[in-house]
Design a protein around this ligand. Structure first.
Ligand code: SAH
Ligand code: SF4
Length: 351
């Protein structure tokens, strides 16, 4: 019979609890955590500082599973798109990116997405399910092994799905990635990107160590944002910005606002001016992302004149802004291009 609990997605406290039930002292949980997440060891038998009998009883009582790498696609710009097949047959994608400030791994938080943004290919999949923490950390661990990558690196939750609608597993993933016995990443190296689910954004804001937070704003009027991002029908722009203002950022920390530029839709000089009045006095930076076109989506990239005019207005108002041309476009790895067909359980799992 398949063991129910996969220890790979457990926080250190949860590991200690599992071990305490078999009469083991708490520090064994720390050792196990270190093997999995610092050393990338996925075999109980090789955890040489654990007693032999414990290794055997762990192997018979628990699973230790990361993710199976199914496909790797190398882009001409150095980024790599990874496809993972999950135990139930669903597939998800993650991207390895080489940026100016080092390596960044873009990971998924859900299979599909329920948010229905009209410019995003993931939305077309609908929502299939949340990823477990094991599946979220598993993307990091599998890419790390594939590229022989050592921390520190950056992780952005900007792949498929809305991380704040999978809050518990997102928080557990943050804990595993930042824990000193695990990857030991500073919370500042991890970005949680959200379409603006205000209640859960405020919940995230209660963390002792905040990750970087990116808000996908994408429009400056409720009328347009209601159309582009249905989440806006529940949480209006004013409410979202008020929540952003209330986040307890450290001194010198900035929020990021992402703004996908859709040619002829939200890229006018009026939009830029409204963006300045919305964000002008916030500690933030703006990432302008020219729309990544795919035949399935009814939008176009902004032309370069409107992009430049837009940027100039932000700069004149001293709003920090950068244009982020997405990487990996030739292999469908760019923002909003991640989508996979859902496959049901494979034959072997159904019998
Ligand atoms: N659900 C979260 C994180 C995943 S989407 C969120 O919405 O923030 C990550 C980013 O990709 C978001 O900023 C989103 O606005 C952007 N994006 C989605 N579709 C895009 C497209 N076709 N072109 C460019 N960026 C896109
Ligand atoms: Fe979901 Fe983000 Fe895509 Fe919107 S942009 S559908 S929230 S993944």
């Amino acid at each position: 019979m398949r063991n129910e609990v996969n220890l790979f997605g457990c926080s250190p406290a949860e590991l200690a609890e599992h071990l305490a039930r078999s009469g083991q002292p708490a520090f064994r949980g720390g050792q196990l955590f270190q093997w999995m997440h610092r050393h990338g060891c996925m075999d109980f038998a090789q955890m040489t500082n654990l007693p032999l009998a414990l290794r055997a009883s762990l192997a018979s009582a628990f699973r230790l599973e990361s993710l199976d790498l199914h496909q790797r696609q190398q882009s001409s710009d150095g980024s790599v798109k990874y496809l993972f097949r999950l135990a139930d047959g669903a597939t998800i994608e993650a991207v390895y990116l080489e940026m100016n400030h080092g390596v960044t791994l873009c990971i998924s938080s859900q299979v599909g997405c329920i948010q229905g943004c009209s410019f995003c290919l993931t939305a077309r999949m609908g929502f299939v399910r949340n990823l477990s923490a094991a599946e979220m950390v598993g993307q990091v661990s599998a890419i790390r092994a594939d590229r022989s990558l050592e921390p520190p690196f950056n992780v952005v939750m900007m792949g498929m799905g809305e991380p704040l609608l999978n809050l518990a597993n997102t928080l557990r993933t943050l804990e595993i990635l930042t824990h000193p016995q695990g990857y030991g990443l500073s919370a500042k190296r991890i970005t949680v990107s959200t379409s603006g689910h205000v209640r859960n954004l405020l919940e995230l804001g209660k963390l002792a160590k905040l990750p970087r937070i990116a808000i996908s704003l994408n429009a400056t009027t409720d009328e347009l944002r209601d159309q582009l991002m249905p989440v806006n029908r529940q949480w209006k722009i004013a409410e979202l910005i008020a929540a952003c203002r209330s986040l307890p950022l450290g001194s010198g920390d900035r929020l990021t606002f992402e703004y996908v530029l859709l040619g002829g839709i939200n890229d006018t000089t009026q939009d830029a001016k409204r963006l300045v009045s919305l964000l002008g006095d916030l500690s933030c930076r703006v990432n302008l992302i020219p729309f990544n076109a795919t035949p399935e989506l009814p939008y176009r990239q902004p032309d370069s004149a409107s992009l430049e005019a837009f940027l100039a207005i932000l700069e004149r108002a001293s709003l920090r802004a950068t244009v982020r041309w997405s990487k990996g476009r030739d292999v469908g790895a760019a923002c909003g291009q991640l989508a996979t067909p859902f496959q049901g359980p494979s034959l072997s799992q159904r019998v």
